[in-house]
Design a protein around this ligand. Structure first.
Ligand code: MG
Length: 164
């Protein structure tokens, strides 16, 4: 078993009126929200995909299909918790995560410390291991026109026996 494995995740959701905006487990006041079968928390989704990728366990849609009524409106923190159980079951813990959310508006920076706390607590690590960066697409393409948001993450998972 390798002591370290890396994973990469990507997600995008459409921005529409009449939906809550939930990113990194934090509900952010905004006139639009992300459309999806779940709460459409794209940051948590791409972290799930990165963790699954690190373990070569397919993707979030494979484990939590959007055709399954159990996941309708589900809090994505539950999906992240379930994904983390797969990591633990294989003898790994979180090394660190680096992520970026691409959103033209609203400003995400004030909410990032709370997102780091939420994600770190689910993944049994500390906020210093959870990097979240925010950027815009400079008014170009769908994200730049506020039609969608995008998130990407890389993770390093570490064998729990490493260094012992
Ligand atoms: Mg998604």
């Amino acid at each position: 078993m390798l002591p370290f494995r890396i994973g990469y995740g990507y997600d995008t959701h459409r921005l529409v009126e009449g939906r809550r905006l939930v990113i990194g487990g934090v509900e952010i006041p905004h006139e639009k929200g992300l459309l999806g079968h779940s709460d459409a928390d794209l940051l948590l989704h791409c972290i799930c995909d990165a963790l699954l990728g690190a373990l070569n366990l397919r993707d979030i849609g494979f484990h939590f299909p959007d055709t399954d009524p159990r996941y309708k409106g589900v809090d994505s923190q539950i999906l992240l918790r379930d994904t983390y159980q797969l990591v633990r079951a294989r003898g790994y813990v979180i090394g660190n995560i680096d992520s970026t959310v691409i959103a033209e508006r609203p400003k995400l920076n004030p909410h990032i410390p709370r997102m780091q706390e939420i994600i770190a607590s689910i993944l049994e690590t500390t906020p210093e291991n959870i990097s979240i960066k925010a950027t815009t697409h400079e008014k170009t393409d769908a994200a730049g026109r506020e039609e969608s948001m995008v998130a990407q993450a890389v993770v390093l998972i570490v064998s729990e026996s490493f260094g012992k």
